[in-house]
Design a protein. Structure first.
Length: 182
């Protein structure tokens, strides 16, 4: 569990779709909520999302709080993107998701992406000239898109926060907490 400052009054938008990596959504959600933040999950569709563990084992379902077409860019103080190979592959093809993260990064809003989630950043043409990390299999994609890929627990490049995998969640959540209080 991460040591977080009081985040009362802060708003966190988690953007995901089905087959996200469970801990990469639930750990930030639970820890940021415990610190006082208002955390909501946004998806391309209403209802629930199916979580996975290791991309192969279905685990829990989580309730969607809002859809991407109803997303209000002014609401969140940070956007969090969990990984999971299938989730990341599907969400990177979503035009609304690409538009939301593009607008966020351009406006200076922090965006935090873990594991396979930086695929959305690649697909939205947002990694050129940025230093970031991800699950190792994305290294070539990030480099080909003009980003500098590094193998580090957490990388903060301006308003972009990235981490490699579930083992990095403590550092990832701490970096989100720091961004929310900066």
């Amino acid at each position: 569990m991460s040591e977080l400052p009081d985040l009362t009054g802060k708003h966190v938008a988690i953007i995901a779709t089905d087959h996200f990596e469970e801990s990469e959504l639930t750990t930030p959600r639970d820890e940021l909520e415990a610190a006082g933040a208002d955390v909501r999950i946004f998806a391309p569709h209403e209802g629930t999302l199916q979580a996975m563990e290791g991309d192969v084992d279905k685990t829990i379902s989580v309730r969607v709080d809002g859809t991407l077409d109803g997303f209000h860019q002014q609401w969140p103080d940070v956007i969090v993107l969990p990984g999971g190979t299938v989730n990341a592959d599907h969400i990177r093809q979503d035009e609304q998701a690409r538009g939301i993260v593009s607008a966020a990064l351009e406006s200076g809003l922090p965006v935090a992406a873990i594991c396979h989630a930086p695929w959305l950043l690649v697909s939205a043409d947002l990694v050129k000239g940025r230093r970031l990390t991800s699950y190792p299999s994305l290294e070539v994609d990030i480099r080909n898109a003009g980003g500098e890929w590094v193998d580090e627990t957490v990388v903060v490049d301006g308003n972009l926060i990235t981490s490699r995998n579930p083992d990095d969640l403590p550092a990832f959540v701490s970096a989100i907490g720091e961004a929310l209080t900066a």
